[in-house]
Design a protein around this ligand. Structure first.
Ligand code: C2E
Ligand code: MG
Ligand code: MG
Length: 773
């Protein structure tokens, strides 16, 4: 077979192979979806155009060889047709490459990408032009004459190379398959150019080589494209030009542009040195390169600006998050502090309101944390809706809120009272209505040196509002500071008071009326501090309860009193001693054992010891109190209900309480009251002691009411043990029998005035009830 026939057969096989590639790519497209399917379709279309062009090229070459086509004009016309086919084929392949997943960035980045490819393409074109034009002419006499129709395929081939280079540098990893597709597309474009150029020039050998190379390049495209989605490529979200990618692109962009520019400048210089001139092609190419670079820099600058703006937005967003309470959407502590540190409105004063929900813990405990959260959210909404312009509301944590107001203290106090009403309204929840109140502490910044002091002052005022009945607004007063300092100092000093021997007991006589003969004594605790002087029990007992010292103090008092009592009994005095017991002590699990231990240690008959429980203890858990008092009474000691009539306790509860003695509070020592309580006490089978008898008139009234026992300054001040002892001695000569209040039987305890159990009439103000009775 002659050589041209062999070449024709190989070329024909190439066409068949190209068609197989088309089929493969079309099948791949069908098996894929989305962008990948579109890309494979474009590649298949490009390959089909390439196969047709190859067939056309072979046919044209045979026509030239067989002299069917012999004029240059005819060759140029055929070459132009082929160039058109090559342009269509390369263009479609290039588009397919760009559409492959992971090849090009998102749509906004596409322009950048193409400009970068253009920079390379223009430089390549320029270098190629210098190489083939006068005076360089590297191909010498074999230099093809300029064939105008080749302009477009040549431009596309240069662009394909540019895109391939950029893809190799920047495509999403893994890049291997994409780089192979890019190489295939570039080779196909170059081979297509060779095909068209060969026909134009009448160079059949070039046509033959190109007719083999083009299908081979298409084969590379077809096989490489199948692997482009073998590994999952992270999808690039449409329209979201990631700032990180942006940054990387602009960084890489400057590095890659250097090489083409350097090549272009070197070839231009060489061209000039060799005496070459710049015709239209050179000027256009140079300008194109310049514009591509300028455009690319413009885009990079725009991207950097957009990136900086996005960074600023994000920073602002994160700053806002860091200053916001996630549950209520109000400011958090940090937000409040930054608002406080900001410039304040001229003429206005910063007033800080510290708010705390009263009893919110119960809402969480009883109704669950979801309801608790819902209530907190509503508190936040109510606060927000009742703010004045410029005010800042914050949640400082838990059920603590704060409001920063730019107002005069009087205005702020009015606003705080309004908030008290608004926040005190019912909270309708799916599981039922929640009722809450709020305590508010208010502090102005007029005299405070810094924000920390302002916060502390508002907090102090809040504590004051809490400890003075809650559900109220309290304005900060310097006096609070003095009190707080003393409170802290007392608490500190109290801890060492027993060890430093600063405590002692005084005994106030309990006397038989009307002859004022002492029959018992109430042990009252005294604290003499070397620097602070006398500190009253009214001040330090609540403090000891607060700081957990009360159990230790109570145990000390119990032992001292029992010790003293045992001495008096040993000396033959017929006397009893009462000791005050704080509700906290009573609820300690070991208290009953402590009492037993003290009685045993000092060999005191239990009925000689009276334990006084204040009426306030009744307002807590009554059932528990009854259990505790019952246990205590089983030891044989007697129980007195102290300060009766000063607080809230129920007459019904009185009949249920396992007590022996009723001590009428001195606030009740007025004629009608005393009579009613004495009668009531006696009907319940209780001994009644009238406390606080300070005047003769009161004494007469108490006696007249039928009360047989009394206590007060008139019959004796609280005095040291030896003074009381002297009194006992003087009273016991001549010796008289002193009655000890008898312990009620259990049946009597539970019986009402007529021997029946009294009904629980619920909690009432006992003093008011007395008055009404
Ligand atoms: P309390 O148990 O009701 O004690 C009676 C208080 O009334 C005593 O005050 C006493 O000095 C005072 N008092 C006595 N006679 C009169 C009077 O004629 N007129 C007036 N206005 N007051 C009179 P004190 O000693 O200051 O004790 C105050 C409270 O401190 C006691 O009230 C008691 O509740 C508590 N307390 C005292 N010592 C102890 C203790 O050892 N343990 C506990 N837990 N509490 C104690
Ligand atoms: Mg008492
Ligand atoms: Mg009392």
């Amino acid at each position: 077979m002659p050589l041209p026939s062999v070449v024709a057969a190989v070329a024909t096989a190439g066409v068949v192979f190209a068609l197989v590639c088309v089929v493969l790519l079309a099948a791949s497209a069908r098996a894929r979806a989305g962008a990948s399917r579109r890309a494979h379709r474009l590649l298949a279309a490009g390959a089909a155009a390439g196969a047709l062009t190859t067939a056309g090229g072979i046919a044209a070459s045979i026509a030239v060889q067989e002299h069917i086509v012999h004029t240059q004009h005819e060759k140029t016309s055929l070459g132009s047709l082929l160039a058109l086919g090559v342009a269509v084929s390369s263009g479609l392949l290039l588009l397919g490459l760009l559409t492959l997943p992971g090849a090009a960035p998102s749509r906004p980045g596409m322009l950048r990408y193409l400009l970068d490819a253009l920079v390379i393409a223009a430089a390549l074109w320029f270098v190629g032009w210098v190489a083939v034009s006068e005076p360089t002419r590297v191909l010498g006499d074999r230099t093809p004459f300029w064939c105008r129709p080749l302009l477009i395929p040549a431009a596309i081939a240069a662009l394909a190379l540019g895109v391939s280079v950029i893809t190799a540098m920047r495509a999403a990893r893994p890049r291997g398959p994409l780089v192979r597709v890019g190489t295939g597309v570039t080779l196909a474009a170059v081979a297509g150019m060779g095909l068209a150029g060969g026909v134009c020039q009448g160079m059949t050998a070039l046509v033959d080589v190109s007719a083999v190379a083009l299908p081979a390049a298409l084969g590379l495209v077809a096989f490489a494209a199948r692997g482009t989605d073998r590994w999952p490529v992270a999808p690039v979200p449409e329209g979201d030009d990631s700032p990180a990618l942006d940054e990387e692109l602009s960084r890489r962009g400057s590095a890659y542009a250097f090489l083409p520019m350097a090549a272009m400048a070197a070839s231009a210089l060489y061209h000039l040195v060799r005496g070459g001139a710049f015709d239209m092609v050179g000027i256009v190419t140079g300008s194109l390169e310049g514009f591509a670079l300028v455009g690319r820099q413009f885009l990079a600058l725009r991207d950097v600006k957009a990136y900086a703006e996005r960074l600023r937005d994000r920073e602002a967003h994160f700053r806002e998050l860091a200053h916001t309470d996630p549950l209520t959407g109000l400011a958090n502590r940090r937000g409040l502090l930054s608002a406080l540190e900001d410039e304040q409105a001229p003429g206005a004063e910063a007033v800080l309101l510290a708010l705390d929900l009263d009893g919110f813990k119960n809402v969480n405990d009883m109704r669950g944390h979801d309801v608790g959260d819902a209530v907190l959210v509503e508190v936040g909404q109510r606060l927000r809706m009742n703010l004045r312009p410029g005010d800042v509301a914050a949640r400082l944590g838990g059920d603590e809120f704060a409001v920063l107001m730019w107002a005069r203290p009087d205005e702020a106090t009015r606003a705080a009272s309004r908030l008290l009403r608004v926040l005190g309204g019912p909270y309708e929840q799916e599981t039922g209505t929640v009722f809450l109140s709020v305590s508010i502490g208010l502090a102005g910044c007029a005299t405070v040196p810094d924000v920390t002091t302002l916060l502390r002052n508002a907090d102090l005022a809040l504590r004051w509002a809490k400890s003075h009945g809650k559900n109220r607004v309290e304005r900060y007063d310097v006096e609070y500071d003095v009190k707080l300092r003393r409170h802290t100092e007392l608490e500190h000093e109290l801890r060492g008071a027993i060890d430093r021997d600063e405590l002692h007991l005084q005994y106030q006589p309990v006397v038989v009326l009307p002859d004022v003969r002492p029959v018992g004594a109430e042990a009252l605790l005294r604290w003499q501090h070397p620097r602070l002087g006398k500190v009253g029990p009214d001040e330090f007992i609540p403090l000891a309860e607060e700081c957990g010292m009360i159990n230790r103090l109570g145990a000390w008092v119990l032992h001292q009193a029992c010790h003293q009592l045992s001495r008096w009994l040993a000396e033959g005095h017929d006397v009893w001693v009462s000791v005050n017991v704080s509700p906290r002590e009573l609820h300690a699990s070991r208290y009953v054992d402590q009492v037993k231990d003290a009685l045993r240690a000092h060999r005191v008959p239990p009925q000689r010891l009276v334990l006084e429980v204040t009426e306030h203890a009744v307002s807590t858990d009554v059932e528990e109190l009854i259990r505790r008092l019952g246990d205590l009474r089983e030891t044989g000691v007697r129980i007195a209900l102290d300060d009766f009539g000063a607080g809230y306790s129920s007459l019904g509860q009185l009949s249920r309480l396992p007590i022996d003695i009723l001590k009428i509070d001195h606030s009740l020592v007025v004629p009608q009251m005393v009579r009613v309580v004495v009668e009531l006490g006696h009907q319940f089978g209780l001994e009644v002691i009238a406390e606080g008898i300070g005047e003769q008139r009161q004494m007469a009234m108490v006696v007249e009411a039928g009360c047989k026992l009394g206590q007060g300054y008139l019959s004796g001040w609280p005095v040291p043990a030896e003074h009381f002892e002297a009194r006992l001695e003087s009273a016991s000569s001549p010796a008289r029998v002193v009655p000890v209040p008898e312990q009620k039987s259990d049946r009597e305890q539970n019986a009402g005035p007529t021997g029946r159990r009294a009904h629980n009439v619920g909690a009432v103000d006992s003093s008011r009830e007395m008055r009404q009775a």
